[in-house]
Design a protein around this ligand. Structure first.
Ligand code: PHE
Length: 342
């Protein structure tokens, strides 16, 4: 009777184990024999208490042998299945390292951004701090405080987008000069990048463009300080050996006012297409801060003086990268920006 049951267990395992193909199913099958409570072997053990005392040791030995065999059989088969499962997993997840990769797109900085970053680097190196103004200004900051009251003819130099009678889209980052001077005491040394807006539209003008403003106010600041700083700036942005030249100009908020040219970095000053044969290229407007502007901001013009400059970022980018239509900078064609990747 006992032998039969033991033989039955062995036969059942030997017959079925080969058909099992996952470690989860094997675990379930194993439980039907080895579970502490309901397993077939535990059930057999329970029968031991009904045996006569002298038969118990021999019975116990047989059951233990059976149990050892069952455990070993399952362990061995478990290892086999695990190896098969691992092999299958490796095959399913195999990576062919010889396959060509999928190229991911890498963006490029916009030429404007590159010029702005470069300018910030150059001027930060000279101790300038960054001030970012607002794109919507009121008439006072954009014009009146900059010595350009209502009906001043110089307002015509900048075709303005008015939002209301009082508010407008700033036409120049110079508006930021006033905010800075109203809130800080000299010495002041700021650089102010930002978008500006003018009703102007052709191959070299866009209704929205970017400017970079600079302002220095301290004791004894003169036009010489401006030119010294411009020489450093020009050589850094356009290349070693590039010189600057000041020409008289007019802005209501500077006196004297100048237009700044750099010697042509394409031909070295001999005259070429870029400089239209003149050897010089106009890059920015600047001047000594007008006394009235300092006064408007509560700064004593007898104690302090300053210089300011403002340049068009797109203009610098077009000159430096040889772009001949400003529209290319605003078409959002990524292939355009890609050309200037470095
Ligand atoms: N704001 C002037 C412009 O937009 C440039 C400028 C700035 C000139 C600062 C002088 C001083 O044309």
């Amino acid at each position: 009777m006992m032998e039969e049951m033991i033989g039955g267990i062995r036969a059942e395992i030997e017959e079925k184990i080969g058909t099992i193909d996952s470690s989860a199913a094997l675990y379930e099958f194993r439980k039907t024999f080895l579970d502490n409570k309901d397993g077939k072997i535990s059930q057999l053990m329970k029968g031991m208490k009904d045996l006569p005392k002298e038969e118990k040791p021999a019975f116990g030995k047989i059951i233990n042998e059976l149990k050892t065999w069952v455990i070993e059989t399952f362990d061995a088969y478990d290892e086999k299945i695990k190896a098969l499962e691992l092999a299958k997993k490796n095959q399913d997840e195999a990576i062919d390292v010889t396959m060509p990769g999928v190229k991911s797109e890498v963006g490029a900085l916009h030429p404007d951004t590159m010029i702005i970053n470069e300018l910030i680097d150059i001027f930060a190196g000279m101790g300038f701090e960054i001030y970012e103004g607002k794109e919507i200004e009121n008439d006072y900051y954009n014009f009146t405080a900059l010595n350009t009251p209502k009906d001043h003819p110089a307002r015509d130099m900048q075709d303005t987008f008015y939002v209301s009678d009082e508010f407008l889209l700033r036409t120049q980052t110079s508006a930021g000069q006033i905010h800075v001077m109203e809130n800080a005491k000299p010495p002041i040394k700021i650089l102010s990048p930002g978008k500006v807006f003018r009703s102007d539209d052709d191959a070299t003008h866009s209704p929205m463009f970017s400017q970079m403003e600079g302002l220095v106010v301290d004791k004894n600041i003169s036009l010489c300080d401006l030119q010294g700083m411009l020489d450093i700036f020009s050589a850094r942005i356009f290349g070693e050996g590039v010189k600057t030249r000041l020409r008289p100009s007019y802005f209501p908020f500077t006196e004297p006012s100048v237009e700044v040219d750099v010697s042509c970095f394409a031909c070295g000053g001999k005259g070429c297409k870029l400089c239209k044969g003149t050897g010089w290229i106009e890059v920015l407007g600047a001047g000594v801060v007008n006394r009235h502007v300092l006064e408007n901001c509560g700064i004593d013009p007898d104690e302090y003086s300053g210089f300011a400059f403002g340049m068009g970022v797109e203009r610098i980018a077009m000159l430096k990268y040889g772009i001949n239509n400003i529209k290319a900078l605003f078409e959002s064609d990524t292939r355009f920006a890609d050309q200037f990747k470095n």
